[in-house]
Design a protein around this ligand. Sequence first.
Ligand code: NDP
Length: 327
Amino acid sequence: MFKGVLIEKDENGYRAALKELDDSLLPAGDVTVKVAYSCFNYKDGLAITGQSPVVRRFPMIPGVDLAGTVEASSHPEYRVGDSVLLNGWGVGETHWGGFAQKARLRSEWLVPLPVAFTPRQAMAIGTAGYTAMLCVLALERGGVTPDKGEILVTGAAGGVGSVAVSILAKLGYRVVAVSGRMEEADYLKGLGAAEVLARAEFADPGKPLGKERWEGAIDVVGSHVLANVCATMRYGGVVAACGLAGGMDFPATVAPFILRGVTLAGVDSVMCPRPARLEAWARLARDLDLSKLDAISHEIGLSDAIPMAKTLMAGRVRGRVVIDVER
Ligand code: NDP
């Protein structure tokens, strides 16, 4: 038996509850993992609250991330006792995920836990942090370097934003953070932001083009914020877009792309091919200041996961939430 958060949907409605589950209920897979830690991502908040239809099979255990130890394996690459990490691949959406003490997974989804990180640190980073690094890599691929100009990070006090600010600052960029919570300005400056701007400056419908300011940008918000970010990019700048915290729409014009040569680079972590994942985790080991992870993250027990989902959806969580599945 193991404990897990179970989401059910039937004639009695959509609900999540912490349950004792039998191992025989675990889905098919060639590796069984004893989960040590999981963490909260935006998608897990959507899954538990049912705010958006991210869960596509019921009953479901949410949790797009997990870190733990191999308990059983029929795949030669993984042996009992190996430390492993998982991000995405539809886990927590179509396959039982990390908000449980045990998971059965497909070996090709797993990544060996980088030696630089403990399982807890890997989950303090989680999909949010790994996506932040994919965004940084997208900026680099577009030729953005610290000497060229400022980088804007939106939704900065959230998970992706906090890790992005920390990485970029360590790499020597001048980072400008955008947040709806100006009370988090000191926190963001502590992570390395040189300046913090109010979200309100970007939230309303804007002009097709504005004053050129940003060499690069990482956007987790979408909608008018992303449109205004694109409109204020410098000539040849690169925007890495990965999120929709403010909306799925993109009410923009093509002006920044055709008149300023701006690149809009889409970033997906879920189905991201393995070589790019390994590259992102290797770069996290090199370019993320581990002392910042303590400031970015806090820990809860599995029993606190359900109420935490509402707090996250209300945009009231700062940084990252790690889940100790043993409590
Ligand atoms: P968090 O909930 O930790 O952070 C989101 C942040 O966005 C909030 O902290 C807040 O920042 C800002 N925000 C929240 N609501 C709004 C709003 N209505 N309008 C404008 N800004 C808002 O989530 P994550 O950082 O984990 O994820 C951010 C986004 O990135 C999500 O949309 C998520 O789905 C997406 N994502 C995508 C991935 C991919 O593979 N493409 C992977 C991981 C995440 P502040 O208070 O500072 O303004």
